[in-house]
Write a protein that binds this ligand. Structure first.
Ligand SMILES: C[S@@+](CC[C@H](N)C(=O)[O-])C[C@H]1O[C@@H](n2cnc3c(N)ncnc32)[C@H](O)[C@@H]1O
Length: 356
């Protein structure tokens, strides 16, 4: 059987004169360095954020400042001891406590950066990028921007040649997001635009009909924007929504179906269980993030085309979740016949004639 994915060391590429070609291009060879790449390499510089891990594994984040000091209850060290050192260095406080210094990864950064609104966790951001198929060069609309955590993943995925246009109704949150994005990339990102406003009236002003490849919504009531999103999306384009509760999920799915311009929505959630790794004690961690939110993805249909009928019909008695008077069938439970109930009662010795 041939190996479809040979590792580089097994099959080094060669030039015509059989001289081995470098498998990893030196940075100087790349035509144009991607935004943010430079600040993720090389020795630590003043002004950048550094993640320090103490002997108990606790994380501390500091912004390096010439002449600055990092104080702990067991001594301190000078920022100048870190500035100029390579990533992965160990700094020692005046009391001999060691701290490992590394640049925060994107996932660390989003959890430690200043926040106004709640952020999308890395586990969900990764799923959004994968399941919404955010590709290099894609034209993406995002709303709301909140603290900008998800924006970072979207910008990473579209790259310098793509476009992420974020729309946020709150000016103060937009400012926080801008600060977080520029701190992470070391300055403005060429693919990013940010508009303060409500999505529904703003979207037609920033994107013409069919100009958008992907729309990503993280907001309380995404169903309020379905018409505008449909207009902006290109046929086949993906809408992904992140909602915190099942009630939002249900409303959103039903409103998308009623709209008629989208295919069948799909919903899922992501749970990541970390593992404890110590000698023979290798087991799941006792604690995990139990719930963040649900993701719903749906594709835009071509104009004038109706989504094919679902193969699996909704259960009998199903009605959209707009009534206060819910029945078991409304929530997808199979109706149970009176006959079956009588049989089960007999089986458990509690038939209608049973004596108490
Ligand atoms: C939970 S936060 C988004 C967090 C963000 N995804 C992140 O990872 O940092 C939700 C944001 O949506 C904004 N928002 C809610 N409805 C909106 C609308 N119709 N148009 C624009 N922004 C909206 C809120 O102001 C809030 O900042």
């Amino acid at each position: 059987m041939t190996d479809a994915n040979p590792t580089p060391t097994e099959t080094p590429a060669t030039t015509d004169d059989a001289t081995p070609r470098a498998l990893v291009r030196p940075v100087a060879d790349s035509a144009a360095e991607a935004t943010g790449a430079a600040v993720r390499r090389g020795p630590f510089r003043a002004g950048e954020r550094v993640q320090l891990t103490d002997p108990k594994g606790k994380l501390h984040t500091v912004v390096l400042k010439e002449g600055g000091q990092f104080h702990t209850h067991r001594g301190y060290f000078r920022h100048d001891d870190v500035i100029g050192a390579p990533e992965g260095s160990v700094v020692v406080t005046t009391s001999g406590v060691e701290y490992l210094a590394l640049r925060p990864l994107l996932s660390d950064y989003t959890l430690s950066m200043p926040r106004g609104a709640a952020v999308v966790y890395p586990k969900d951001a990764g799923q959004i990028v994968a399941m919404a198929d955010i590709f290099p060069g894609a034209r993406v609309i995002e709303a709301g921007v909140g603290s900008g955590a998800l924006t970072l993943s979207l910008l990473r995925a579209v790259g310098d040649s793509g476009s992420v246009h974020s729309i946020e109704r709150r000016e103060d949150f937009a400012q926080i997001a801008r600060g977080n994005v520029e701190q992470f990339f070391g300055g403005p990102h060429p693919a990013w635009s940010l508009t303060v406003g409500d999505l529904a009236p703003t979207l037609p002003l920033v994107a013409g009909p069919g100009e958008v490849d992907r729309v990503v919504l993280d907001m309380l009531a995404p169903w309020e924007n379905i018409d505008e999103v449909h207009t902006a999306l290109t046929p086949g384009g993906v809408l992904v929504c992140y909602v915190a509760t099942t009630t939002q999920l249900s409303r959103l799915a039903e409103d998308l179906r009623s709209h008629g311009g989208f295919g069948e929505p799909e919903a899922f959630e992501t749970m990541i269980r970390g593992w404890h790794l110590e000698g023979l004690a290798v087991r799941p961690n006792h604690r995990m993030v139990g719930h963040t939110g649900f993701l719903l993805t749906v594709r835009r249909m071509a104009d004038g085309v109706e989504a094919p009928e679902r193969k699996r019909r909704p259960s009998k008695g199903y009605t959209p979740a707009t009534t206060d008077d819910w029945s078991p069938e409304d929530v997808g439970e199979r109706p149970v016949s009176d006959k079956k109930i009588r049989r089960v009662r007999r089986d458990v010795g509690r038939g209608p004639d049973a004596e108490d």
